[in-house]
Design a protein around this ligand. Sequence first.
Ligand code: NAP
Length: 520
Amino acid sequence: MLPPYHPEGFTDFSDPNNRKEFEEALEYVRSQLGQKYPLVIGGEEHWPGETFDSINPARPAEVVGTFAKGTAELADKAVEVAYEAYQKWQYTPAFERARYLLKAASEMRRRKHEFSAWMVFETGKSWLEADGDTAEAIDFMEYYARQIMRMDKAHEQLYDFYPTEQLDLQYIALGVGIVIPPWNFPCAIMTGMTTASIVSGNGVVLKPSSASPAIAYKLAELFWEQHIPAGVLNFLPGPGSSVGDRLVDHRLTRYIAFTGSKEVGLRIFERAAKVHPGQIWLKRTVLEMGGKDAILVDETSDLAQAAQDIVSSAFGYQGQKCSAGSRAIIVRDVYDEVSERVADLTKKLSTGETDKGPDVYMGPVIDKKAFDSIMEYIRIGREEHTLLAGGNAIETDTNGYFIEPTVFGDVPGDAKIAQEEIFGPVLAMIPAKDFEDGLNIVNSTEYGLTGAIFSKDRARLERARREFHVGNLYFNRKCTGSIVGVHPFGGFNMSGTDSKAGGPDYLLLFTQAKSIADRM
Ligand code: NAP
């Protein structure tokens, strides 16, 4: 009997012992930087020739790891090997599959700070953000292990009232799943999609983000070290633009689990719809994409709390969360006060190399491409709106990709920086005539991922419950920080297929139901 699921706690870095342990983990990972990593297909290592480096965005000259680059031929091989492995893995009892996740979760818990430290180096996460990311990865494994056990027993509760037939409903695996995660929750989202696939009985090809392959390799190692049958989990790093299409198009690919940008998500959606010669199923797609998330504040709300939560929603992990609150929509009567508070709090945020300590709030953005794109939005913001805080790149000796947390005021709801996902530390303060107008602005983008409303007016909260059109809605709190098993996560419209990761229905997306009647 397993104890009930409980989300993993976060580390208290005000405790000197925890700080010391985290510093030791950073030291250990520092000693591991610069190693070479192969592709792994069917348990065999491959070195096809070309490689690419994963770098530390705070110090781009620092190589976190060098990775073998997947080729089209190896992408084909990975799918074929995963298909072969799935033939047996699908019949492995659900409890047995779940035990691989439970063991990996306990191992990750034991080495929690080490996993977090990899993210500090590879993705510029602060200690707190990295700690939350690892905790979420552990939660996904603990939660999905229990969910597959629940689904495995589901048939026992069905159809007692129909005595002439013995009835059964089984949730069976789909086949080969291509798992394509982003770099921004490099441990949590990657672990969630990969282990949901494995525990449901599928064969997996994990194509990590090129910006965060090291942490993905570390997760895969947890399963290989347990001797999961060869070919169940294959590791195929390489640019999405080359191996990605090949994996998606393969006739043996049964589904694609993707989290990332709208552009790539739509490309996968279209390509997966094409039926290739020899393909005998319709490919399934689980696509979680971008956001332009809003926090709406009315005149009845606790303005100090609202300002605080606007700032943490906008700038946690440098604004590089799909759930980041990049629009603050404030009712006119309190707009000036909230804007002033938000600008003041923003100016106090510290930015720097996150391995230096837990008090560094913001690190670098992920790479040069992101840096250039964000700075272009800031240039547009400076031209069209009122700069209230930040607005500059931060120069360092290390040439890291640092940008000040930036706030623009008096931004119309239909402005470019209020409509497009910037995915960086840029917040648009948008005045609304009143609550009604604010709600219209909330729903005026093509996205619908997360959102929050601050109000003490119950009727308005109830109206928002119905009309604030997002997959994850929060009242009187920030719009980031969902917890597995507590806030099932996924968005509407161009934010994706609303898969509700970390929720009770998620594994249905990785399985198909088979109904069996046996006449008595
Ligand atoms: P991205 O550029 O779309 O990349 C995501 C993944 O897709 C990476 O592994 C990437 O590989 C791969 N890829 C690129 N081109 C591909 C292709 N043609 N075929 C198959 N795969 C391909 O997104 P990102 O920059 O990593 O992540 C940021 C985005 O993710 C934001 O838009 C954010 O809102 C979104 N996001 C959404 C959620 C959610 O739950 N809705 C959660 C987190 C993030 P390479 O790295 O090799 O290019």
